[in-house]
Ligand binder design. Sequence first.
Ligand code: SAH
Length: 345
Amino acid sequence: MKKNIKNFDLDDLKEELKLLGEKPFRAEQIFKWIYQDKVKSFDEMTNLSLDLRKKLDENYSLGLFKIVRKLESVDGTKKYLFDVQDGEGNLIESVLMQYHHGYTICVSCQIGCKMGCKFCASTGIPFSRNLEAGEIVEQLLAIERDVGIKISNIVFMGIGEPLDNYDNVMNSIKILNNQKGLNIGARHISISTSGVVPKIYELADKQMQCTLSVSLHSSNNKTRSEMMPINNAYPIEELIKACKYYIQKTNKRISFEYALAKDNNDNLDDARELVKLLKGMLAHVNLIPINKIEDGKYTKSTNENIIKFRDYLNDHGIVATIRRELGSDISAACGQLRKQNLNKE
Ligand code: SAH
């Protein structure tokens, strides 16, 4: 199988070109064609010789996705189902959201997910493999090509656990960052993790400049373990210790995600416990009204409880906001992404 040319950041692409007997500056030209001009074939790279275009075509693919289905919400959110064209028929979902400050894409990083969170629709997808860096980047390019826009923000909050596909995710960020390509600054990229503790230390030591979101969802181990099996491997104390290390090393604020489920983690005792846990940390709490999944036992908290919960946190020194729900009518909201089976929508 041909190599996906989108798996290479600019430096690696220079090495690839050397192997083809070409000058490294060709890599910059190719990079520009791919990420700025968004070409769909090597043939369109008209400042390269016909011979080089042919060589590229023989050795590499552009890793283009095929749009299998596209759904549009009343709020403008769009959900895409892509065929990743890997010959295995693998499908993934990505979501485009429009805010007043620009477009944000929510990307998937794995085909399926191993984490098993009980409230998340992606849990129903058997894990088949990690996405490669080029497949992460292509989600953005395919949508930019389709809509004719420039996406300014990326959140790794689709299907999969980014820190369980660490190398490819980091590589994709390098590609997204490159000023000669998409030029998306680290501050416009967020990674969300269910709490893979050793990798949080690695991110801290690397001084990663992206925003880190941590899916906390409960401040006690009993409830969190029921919701998220990963808590058995890395319980709250260890997770918070890693987060404190991250904050100390990077001086960056962590965003804690907390999906409120009725009579599960949404009363004022839970809020009190959460304040104790996060007190003094450079942190922000993002409250998400939980989206009920099919056959799931968790249901959305009442609006009244959500507001009370938020106010309690804010009154006790923890900055908390309620995440605006986008795209729930097309199952594009948090925790609603699956691999396929869109026929019921
Ligand atoms: N694996 C990563 C990213 C995936 S999802 C992680 O766990 O963080 C992004 C966010 O949506 C996470 O905070 C996740 O816990 C949350 N989420 C998942 N299912 C949800 C649901 N049904 N309702 C609300 N939020 C949900």
